[in-house]
Design a protein around this ligand. Sequence first.
Ligand SMILES: N[C@@H](CCC(=O)N[C@@H](CSC(=S)NCCc1ccccc1)C(=O)NCC(=O)O)C(=O)O
Length: 209
Amino acid sequence: MGKYQLIYFNVRGRGEAIRTLLKDNGIDYEEINCGNNWQKEWKPQMQFGQTPALRDNDFLLVQSNAILRHLARKHGLYGDTEEEAALIDMINDGVEDLRSKYVNLIYRNYENGKDEYIADLPNQLQPFEKLLSSNGADRSGCCVGTKCSFADYNLSDLLDIHVVLAPKCLEDFPILKAYYQQYLARPGVLEYRETEAFKQRPINGNGKQ
Ligand SMILES: N[C@@H](CCC(=O)N[C@@H](CSC(=S)NCCc1ccccc1)C(=O)NCC(=O)O)C(=O)O
């Protein structure tokens, strides 16, 4: 099998959970920055005219959550039972809901919407605090069961970008805070976050965070 290729812009955005999953699990991949010739060379190749995309040999997959699920199925990151897989899907869909709100704030309403978004953030984080409190995620670092899943990389990246936007946003959520610290302490995550590639990469494409 050839190496995976991750085709995305040089931003964290919808690619960072994928990158961190690959790095933390020792899965080799090639990073392709499509920003240089996006409109003419890359956009036409993409099924929805968007990126990120994962090339798996001759297989080209777009949609960030489909990419996460594809890698999870191939690399044992989708729980141990059907129920666990369903809960992982549920949490990942909840992550997508909040990520979509965040993307809208960053790209369409930052100046006028930031204060209101941050004021409402506790309401958005509370469901995750409650979900993770039921299975010891603060100690295991896993949102479902006892093995990390693709949803952990997506949820942890979501928490990461919100801690940048609102540094105190986890102060009233001890489970989420401990879970996030567990993620940051994972050897593979720690090593990746110390690389220049990670440190120099902007969170979003418009310089807002
Ligand atoms: N549902 C998709 C969404 C993918 C997506 O929005 N990709 C953006 C980049 S990722 C992202 S979060 N972009 C932020 C919003 C944005 C959209 C379009 C241009 C610039 C910024 C993109 O390809 N933009 C270029 C284009 O559409 O021509 C997914 O989850 O992968």
